[in-house]
Ligand binder design. Structure first.
Ligand code: ATP
Length: 901
């Protein structure tokens, strides 16, 4: 459709042109249009071309050094060395290209799980559809927090304000309405249009889709859809910096080695040169960048499998350092399966039976009340609950709500009492609305009845609504409000963990066009209060306990009533120090709030601004904060937190875009699991560093020592390359698949600024390096002393280094826990597979004529192997001993700490 002046058409004209109507398209028509127009998607950034990815691999410093080494060996006519070095370069480039391609594909696949949904009218019914299925002519419902799914001509709008910054760059929100504007009006002033990609900041609306996908205004600008694969995590940055520094140090050291060998030791030029190259290729931890990237990617995939989608890669690492989780109550700690359990009228209470949203369950008045006593008042309350309500109930595949859970509970209650929802709504059409906002805590609608009278209906938090109700309705007539009675009922409801919701109304003869709806709703008559049950999730109770054992503090932040929050919080073991309400927070200055956050773990009747203040207060105390959110106004708090977590189901698009992580099931359990995964990733990277660095350092030291002692090199550059690129990487990668250690969630969170190379780890690296140097050098020397030819002595040396690696790999599976047990030795099958592969490699290196020629190796006999294995196993025994000492010291420190507390 090539009409471009939709904004100049009347709503009805636009609908006609698009062949649609207010009740939406039929499913068949929509299918036909989808085939014609294509899916509603922005063009996606094409994946990087494989050749570009290949070329990018050459930017790596390590490859540059290897190229230099290769060229140097060519210059001194060591043809085989040169071929192998260039072969290794080729292999590394190909592996890098393939690996990156796979990682990118995996991340894209995960991103597709973040698909958005839109509420539309199809076949006359409200439906929630994937946003890419929207077609021109669809009638879309917008509400605060939604991202506009396509270009829309507005048909109805109430208090609608849209943030059009993605399109216009202007960050102020724009008022929207439905009156047409002149054909030549510039884009930014087309008030009757809502454009794809912009965000609804307030209010709600209905609009008809006029353009989708690439034909939308934003599609024309062709902002390519972003993906999450970009971006380096602080850890990756730390690693990259480390490799640069290491490379420079190595180059300097290699030059010094060469100078020393040639000029001072008067070694042959060629030999000194080869020693320098050997040193260079030895000390660079070739496998480390690949292992870090793969460990992070595995973490992201494991989290996705457990319902946490990572939007920013660095969150994976930060998650492991989180020490406070601020969680919403409704839907995250509870089921968000709301059901009205009690109804309080001026005459007394009713108890409601049933489960979830299914409209089955008896409504029983508490003795001595009978249904007849309360019938007209109860029915009035039920109708009010249906009218002041934007949601719908669906019976397929099981009873569920489209819209707000609280409103769904009111609809189920009405159905249980036999009210026909559609008929009730048709009898009193809505003429205005003040939508529910968490800051305001109530919602008001205005209706006109068949007799022409105007009805104002409101529902919301009792504290807010009671202040607007000078009267209450009993037997159809107004009487003055019995404040004490309602307060007492409220106490009873909230003590049992029910969420109280008040419903009130006012009737007037004519519409007051002067006053706003909010003003009109300041003189209402209370119809009653309902108590809504939202049970805690049993698995979330366990997950909260799990996190607390891991030294993570849990703070429950809710818009709910303080007493309800306390009753629910008690089920999670929270709230011992009482509850702080939004009002209390307002009365505190930043310093006082900071202090209160030490003991208080329930915050009730809060607004999104309170959330932001809380995050800042906790951060001021040095905490690393994870914060959940779903509303439009939660975005600042989500951005401020180290880890912002948005709800995938309930959350608005705005919250999802501000967040680092999106939960697909909105469940607290997934947060706890993500934290555990975050800790595992960090631990595994630490283990890889611990594993890979000592081997390279040991090889470099062996070369330097040989040169100082005036000996031939125990390992040739090619052999060193073999160890670093083939065996170390194969073995090191297995650590990326390590699962969480059993005590992982009993440790305290790591410090925000803890470096990956803590004192203890640096010590371990030095210690292991020395063991490998002593063992390998010892084996080599012993062989030479006993007249073994140098090639065979070198074969013994290279096999000793690799067997050291294998023995040390077992120890590296855990940093301080012992591994000399069944689980320790066999718990990670990737470790066993990597070892098997490495053994095959070593056998080939030692016994196949081709590799013997290339790497100048010789076959070994059984006695050699016994000596090699005996020497190599020492590293395992020594590290396990060292771990025992470490654990003992740790326990003593813990004991002392507990005494001093
Ligand atoms: P959370 O625990 O995630 O913060 P919440 O549901 O407790 O969520 P809000 O959604 O901000 O917090 O609701 C706060 C209060 O506003 C509720 O206790 C209820 O009294 C009232 N309320 C909630 N939903 C509606 C609604 N759709 N219309 C009117 N009032 C509502």
């Amino acid at each position: 459709m090539d009409v471009s002046n939709w904004h100049a058409l009347e709503p009805q004209q636009a609908l006609q042109t698009l062949g649609s109507c207010m009740t939406g398209l039929s499913a068949g028509d929509a299918r036909h249009r989808l085939r014609r127009e294509g899916p509603n998607q922005l063009p996606i950034a094409p994946p990087e071309h494989v050749l570009r990815r290949l070329a990018r691999q050459f930017k790596n410093v390590l490859i540059a050094i290897l190229m230099l080494a290769g060229l140097a060996t060519l210059a001194i006519r060591h043809w085989i060395d040169a071929v192998v070095i260039f072969g290794v370069i080729l292999a590394m480039v190909l592996i890098g290209t393939l690996q990156e391609g796979r990682a990118e594909k995996a991340l894209r696949a995960i991103q597709s799980l973040l698909a958005r949904h839109t509420i539309v009218y199809r076949d006359g019914r409200l439906q929630r559809l994937p946003t890419d299925q929207i077609v021109p002519g669809d009638i879309v419902r917008l509400q605060a927090g939604d991202q506009v799914p396509a270009d829309l001509r507005l048909l109805q709008a109430a208090g609608l304000r849209i943030d059009e910054s993605p399109l216009t760059g202007e960050s102020i929100t724009v008022d929207k309405g439905i009156d047409p504007v002149a054909p030549r009006t510039p884009l930014a002033e087309r008030r009757d249009m809502a454009f794809s990609g912009t965000h609804v900041a307030q209010g709600h609306a209905l609009g008809v889709v006029v353009a989708t996908g690439a034909r939308t205004e934003i599609g024309r600008i062709v902002r390519l859809a972003e993906n999450i694969s970009g971006g380096h995590t602080p850890l990756m940055q730390q690693m990259a910096d480390l490799s640069w520094k290491l490379t420079i140090a190595i180059l300097v050291l290699a030059a010094v080695t060469f100078g020393f060998g040639w000029l001072i030791r008067h070694a042959a030029f060629e030999e000194a040169f080869l020693a320098a190259i050997a040193l260079a290729v030895a000390a660079i931890p070739e496998g480390l960048p690949a292992v870090v990237t793969i460990t992070l990617a595995i973490g992201v995939q494991r989290m996705a499998r457990r319902n946490a989608i990572i939007r920013r890669l660095y969150a994976v690492e930060t998650l492991g350092a989180v020490d406070v989780i601020c969680s919403d109550k409704t839907g995250t700690l509870t089921h968000n399966q709301m059901m009205v359990r009690s109804v309080v009228l001026p005459q007394g209470q009713l108890v409601v039976a049933g489960d979830g949203y299914a409209p089955t369950g008896r409504i029983t008045p508490a003795e001595p009340l009978t249904m007849a006593d309360i019938q007209p008042d109860f029915e009035r309350l039920l109708r009010a609950g249906v009218l002041c309500n934007d949601s719908a109930l669906k019976s397929e595949p099981e009873w569920h709500v489209v819209g707000s859970a609280t409103e769904g509970a009111l609809l189920t209650l009405a159905l249980k009492a036999g009210i026909d929802i559609d008929a009730a709504r048709a009898a009193c059409p809505r003429s205005d609305v003040l939508p529910f906002e968490p800051e305001r805590r109530f919602m008001v609608t205005q209706h006109r009845s068949a007799s022409g009278r105007v009805w104002i209906v409101a529902k919301g938090a009792p504290e807010t609504l009671l202040a607007r109700c000078p009267s209450q309705v009993r037997q159809g007539t107004d009487e003055s409000l019995d404040y004490e009675y309602w307060q007492q009922c409220l106490d009873e409801l909230t003590k049992t963990g029910q969420r109280p919701l008040a419903i009130a109304a006012a009737e007037m003869a004519v519409e007051n066009t002067q006053a706003s709806l909010e003003e009109m709703a300041s003189n209402l008559a209370l119809l009653g209060i309902v108590g809504i049950e939202d049970p805690p999730r049993a698995d979330a109770i366990a997950a909260v306990a799990h996190c607390r054992a891991a030294g993570i503090h849990i703070k429950m932040i809710t818009g709910d009533h303080a007493a309800t929050a306390q009753a629910i919080g008690a089920r999670f073991g929270l709230g011992q120090a009482g509850v702080l309400s939004g009002q209390d927070i307002d009365a505190l200055d930043d310093a006082a709030l900071r202090e209160r956050t030490r003991s208080i773990d329930i915050y009730a009747r809060t607004t999104p601004e309170h959330k932001l203040r809380l995050v800042k207060a906790l951060q001021d105390r040095g905490c690393v904060v994870a914060m959940t959110g779903d509303g439009v106004n939660d975005a600042p708090a989500l951005k401020q937190a180290e880890v912002g977590i948005a709800m995938g189901r309930r959350g608005t698009d705005t919250a999802r875009e501000a967040a680092h992580i999106v939960l697909t099931d909105d469940n607290f359990v997934s947060i706890a699991e993500a934290v555990e995964q975050g800790r595992t990733v960090y631990d595994n990277i630490k283990k890889s560093v611990l594993f890979l660095v000592p081997t390279g350092l040991a090889e470099a030291m062996i070369v330097v020592l040989a040169l100082l002692a005036g000996l031939t090199l125990p390992l040739t550059p090619l052999q060193i390359l073999w160890v670093n690129t083939i065996t170390a990487t194969t073995l090191g990668l297995a650590l990326a698949f390590e699962h969480a250690e059993t005590d992982l969630m009993q440790r305290s969170p790591r410090g925000r600024r803890d470096s990956i190379l803590s004192g203890m780890l640096a010590w371990r690296i030095v210690f292991v390096t020395l063991v490998i140097v002593a063992g390998t050098f010892g084996q080599f020397l012993w062989a030479i002393e006993h007249g073994v030819p140098v090639e065979r002595a070198r074969t013994i040396a290279i096999n000793t280094v690799v067997m050291f690696e294998i023995a040390y790999l077992f120890s590296s599976r855990s940093i301080v826990s012992p591994v000399l047990n069944w689980r320790g030795l066999t718990g990670n099958r990737y470790v066993l597979i990597a070892i098997a592969i490495t053994l095959v490699f070593q056998a080939a290196l030692t016994y196949t004529p081709l590799l013997q020629t290339v790497f100048a190796t010789r076959p070994l006999d059984l006695a050699d192997w016994v000596a090699i294995l005996g020497t190599a196993s020492t590293v395992f025994i020594l590290v396990e001993l060292e771990k025992t000492i470490l654990r003992r010291r740790q326990r003593r420190r813990d004991r002392l700490a507990s005494v001093s507390v």
